[in-house]
Ligand binder design. Structure first.
Ligand code: PLP
Length: 341
């Protein structure tokens, strides 16, 4: 594969680099997805009265394409992103995009930007599908017209200076999402509310924030855009999907790897603050961060530290198993990998 010469491949971060093209389709007022196809990467135009700008009627996805160790471009569990996109859309009254339509569209844009996929050891191509309510409206109701967009951008590690143990902090000041609201959808509106909490903890020197359940502050929800896991005595545990938690695909993959490949016991249920603070290992999961180890959790100005021995940790075994499947370095027992065609 000939690499795009405009890009500094050795110094990829996690930010937007423009690529050749993006995908766009529009949903017209007669109820059909039309004008489907690629166009040059660039700005879009919107009514100032559009539902997405005024009321946040929009959902997104995040997935990656990898140049695997077999030298081919692959997707990881793309069908699960397609299903979640449809489920999120349903919750926000956005017309459903079928899994086939979603998968074909992602394929098309990735295929046109193959020279933007970093080599196996340098990063991946981040894929961002989104669907937005576009038509003009004043009352609070679903839009009549929509735009489905997919842009892609090469990314390196989420962490600028390589993998590191994160200093996390539990907040009792803010919630991320209420349990019967839209926390389980990848709704764009869920993220603006985390900006101020995050700004405040970064000013205090922390890396990530842990939100508590909005109806029971003894138990954990998740981070801003990552799920949380604890390990204690060979038991891997994560909060159950009770409504406010985003059903992460990395979360599900980690559970299946731990259960099927690593012989850990897995549990989904209430994870109390006490369990978190007394855990052997703690980590976050998400497409962007993959599996990110936590070195300390702070609560009410007390800091609880975990052992920082990544080489000998179960967290590393889980992370490596996942990355090895994604990079086709080992057998894929779950049929998670599909080729870019
Ligand atoms: C996207 C996201 C995650 C992680 O989901 P993955 O499918 O693993 O990328 C976790 N929490 C929130 C709030 C998210 O938006």
């Amino acid at each position: 594969m000939i690499k795009n010469k405009k890009i500094d491949w050795d110094n990829l971060g996690f930010n937007v680099i423009e690529t050749r093209s993006m995908y766009e389709a529009t949903f017209n007022s007669s109820g059909k997805w039309e004008s489907r196809g690629l166009k040059p990467y660039g700005n879009i135009s919107l009514s100032p009265a559009s539902a997405v700008l005024n009321y946040g009627q929009g959902v997104f996805e995040g997935t990656k394409s990898f140049m695997s160790s077999k030298g081919q471009a692959v997707f990881f569990r793309l069908k699960d992103n397609a299903r979640r996109f449809a489920a999120s859309s349903k919750r926000l009254c956005i017309p459903e995009i079928s899994t086939d339509f979603f998968i074909d569209a992602v394929n098309e844009v990735v295929k046109d930007n193959l020279d933007y996929i970093p080599d196996n050891d340098k990063g991946s191509l981040y894929i961002r599908p989104l669907v937005l309510g576009t038509g003009p409206m004043l009352g609070v109701k679903p839009a009549k017209t929509y735009t489905f967009l997919i842009f892609v951008t090469p990314v390196g590690s989420y962490f600028k200076s390589g993998l590191k143990y994160l200093d996390a902090v539990i907040t009792k000041k803010y919630h991320r999402a209420a349990i019967k609201s839209i926390g389980s959808a990848k709704a764009i509106g869920n993220y603006s509310g985390t900006l101020l909490p995050y700004k405040e903890i970064v000013e205090k020197g922390f890396d990530e924030i842990i939100f508590l359940n909005s109806s029971n502050e003894d138990i954990l929800d998740e981070a801003r855009s990552a799920n949380i896991f604890i390990i204690k005595d060979n038991i891997l545990k994560t909060p159950a999907l009770q409504g406010s938690i985003l059903p992460g695909i990395t979360r599900d993959s980690v559970l299946k790897i731990a259960d099927g490949m690593l012989d850990l016991d897995i549990e989904e249920g209430d994870v109390t603050i006490d369990e978190l603070l007394n855990a052997d290992e703690v980590f976050f999961t998400g497409t962007a961060v993959v599996v990110a180890p936590v070195g300390s959790v702070s609560l009410d100005s007390r800091k609880y530290k975990y052992r920082r021995d990544f080489e000998n940790s179960l967290t590393k075994q889980i992370r490596d198993s996942l990355l090895d499947i994604q990079n086709e370095k080992t057998k894929d027992p779950f049929d998670w990998i599909t080729k870019v065609k």
